[in-house]
Design a protein around this ligand. Structure first.
Ligand code: FAD
Ligand code: NAI
Length: 471
């Protein structure tokens, strides 16, 4: 009889966990995956990436129909009406299709889905739905959940103070949506509801939106979102939210302290970050401690300090992104199988799927300068405006730019930042360039199809050593 029930048991079936389970099974390991949710796919497929993109896409189409974009192309529309329940239904269809797809892939690859939440008994066994199951290797891929704002109670069912899950499921367009947190969720979901007709105010603690992105990109983001009609209250903190029936009153004051004021809203979205899911896992039973940020630390191979226990995705340090979790899922399975699974954490692209999209990979200009010891002569920066890109201009998409940051001596590309309608797609090329250790010259001398938005990356790269042609 085998010593363990499974070779590999993955806890959590988000993009990290389901990918790890499938890859382990592909490598010939007997694999199970515990998931307590009713459907597979984790935060990303159920209440994250996929439903938010379904609403972003739908709301963008609606916005184009009502805000005069169609008129730019000589298309006259009659009265345009929003059928919110149909828009929500198409979102659910996407979610159902994709989560069902993972269930199909589990069956195809012979991954056993253990339905329920897993708790450690010891380093090689867990209990799921009252059943004890053992495995030689256990991968923790339990993901993350919304960070609560002290003193503010989220009630997604009531729909007045909601988190991202509630904001994805509203059955009415709020009159005034106040978003607490000008990060990725706040701007994506704020955009959805602004396009569908809500007045949107974003309250952000810091002096700029989108922490972690390049400084120029952050400044430009504020300009663009303001131009689109979002009200931004930067350097402002929320000190309380009082709810009475269907109305909320927020008390805000300058982050640095000062006079308080109130804002009335009929919907408040709390989007101030996410925290790792470790409650109820029984980590104390295996002697696994968390770091100061509540995360599980691992080594380069995704091994925790406990032999046989591995961890990946949002529950470990690094950006909380689905593609980072997926790549770690592949790498951990390969490492368990005795292969060499590697994730280059220096090259993880980030994308905000608003209009235009905001994307970046590698170092920000600020980080590159810091790495260069503050010596400006050690880095080169070139920016090319989308206004001078023929395709963006033809498509009536003047906002944005591509920015390339390179090492002045070696010409190696250190970071690329883009604001463009298709920046999320364009950034893949930049990620490949960074992964291959490309120089700006490599990008500049690579033939790019015309007319494409991607030519803006080529021209920005040309600007590092020589001059772009079109400005
Ligand atoms: P998760 O996807 O959180 O999955 C973990 C799973 O583990 C969950 O299903 C949970 O039920 C399960 N679980 C937890 N504890 C247990 C247990 N004890 N036993 C069994 N199961 C357990 N990222 C992007 O890259 N692009 C995007 O466009 C994007 N959009 C987002 C939009 C929103 C609104 C949100 C909230 C997030 C978004 N993200 C996006 C982030 C992305 O969803 C996460 O980075 C990603 O899902 C992390 O994957 P994971 O596998 O680590 O964890
Ligand atoms: P975030 O970290 O992106 O932004 C949170 C914002 O809230 C920050 O700007 C922060 O300064 C601000 N903040 C914190 N406390 C505050 C307070 N008390 N008052 C006002 N502002 C406050 O977190 P967010 O938007 O909640 O998203 C969580 C994570 O989910 C992201 O970090 C990202 O990893 C992931 N995500 C990724 C997406 C994508 O890749 N397109 C889309 C949505 C989420």
């Amino acid at each position: 009889m085998a010593e363990y029930d499974y070779d590999v048991l993955v806890i959590g079936a988000g993009p990290g966990g389901y990918v790890a389970a499938i890859r382990a099974a592909q490598l010939g390991l007997k694999t199970a995956c515990a998931e307590g949710r009713e459907t597979l796919g984790g935060t990303c497929l159920n209440v994250g990436c996929i439903p938010s993109k379904a609403l972003l896409h739908g709301s963008e189409k609606y916005d184009e129909a009502v805000n005069g974009t169609f008129a730019n192309y000589g298309i006259k529309t009659g009265p345009v009406e929003l059928d919110l329940s149909a828009m929500q239904a198409q979102k659910l269809d996407s979610v159902k299709g994709l989560t069902g797809g993972i269930e199909f892939l589990f069956k195809k690859n012979k991954v056993t889905w253990l339905k329920g939440y897993a708790t450690f008994e010891d380093a090689h066994s867990v209990t799921v739905a009252g059943q004890k199951i053992s495995a030689k290797h256990i991968v923790i891929a339990t993901g993350s959940s919304v960070t609560p704002l002290p003193g503010v109670t989220v009630d997604n069912d009531a729909g007045v103070v909601v988190d991202s899950t509630g904001a994805l499921a509203l059955n009415r367009v709020p009159e005034h949506l106040v978003v607490i947190g000008g990060g990725v969720i706040g701007l994506e979901l704020g955009s959805v509801w602004r396009r569908l007709g809500a007045k949107v105010t974003v309250v952000e603690y810091l002096d700029q939106l989108l922490p972690g992105m390049d400084g120029d990109v952050r400044k430009e983001a504020a300009k663009i979102f303001k131009k689109q009609g979002m009200a931004l209250k930067l350097s402002t903190k929320v000190t309380g939210v009082a709810v009475e029936g269907s109305k909320a009153t927020l008390t805000v004051e300058p982050s640095a302290g000062g006079a308080a004021e109130t804002i009335e809203a009929d919907c408040v979205l709390v989007a101030i970050g996410r925290k790792p899911n470790t409650d109820g896992l029984g980590l104390d039973k295996i002697g696994l401690e968390l770091n100061g940020r509540g995360q599980i630390e691992t080594d380069h191979d995704f091994r925790t300090k406990v032999d046989g226990v591995w961890a990946i995705g949002d529950v470990i340090p690094g950006p909380m992104l689905a593609h980072k979790a997926e790549d770690e899922g592949i790498a951990v399975a390969e490492n368990i199988a005795g292969l060499t699974g590697i994730v280059n954490h220096d090259v993880i692209p980030g994308v905000v799927y608003t209009f235009p999209e905001f994307a970046g990979v590698g170092l920000t200009q600020e980080a590159a300068l810091e790495k260069a010891g503050g010596d400006q002569s050690k880095i080169k920066v070139s920016k090319f405006p989308m206004l001078a890109n023929s395709r963006a201009k033809t498509n009536h998409e003047p906002d944005g730019f591509v920015k390339v940051i390179a090492d002045a001596q070696t010409d190696r590309v250190l970071g690329v930042w883009a604001i463009a309608s298709v920046a999320g797609t364009m950034i893949a090329e930049a990620a490949l360039a960074l992964e291959f250790g490309a120089t700006s010259e490599d990008i500049a001398y690579t033939c790019h199809a015309h007319p494409t938005h991607s030519e803006a990356l080529k021209e920005a790269a040309m600007g590092i050593r020589e001059k772009p042609i079109h400005i």
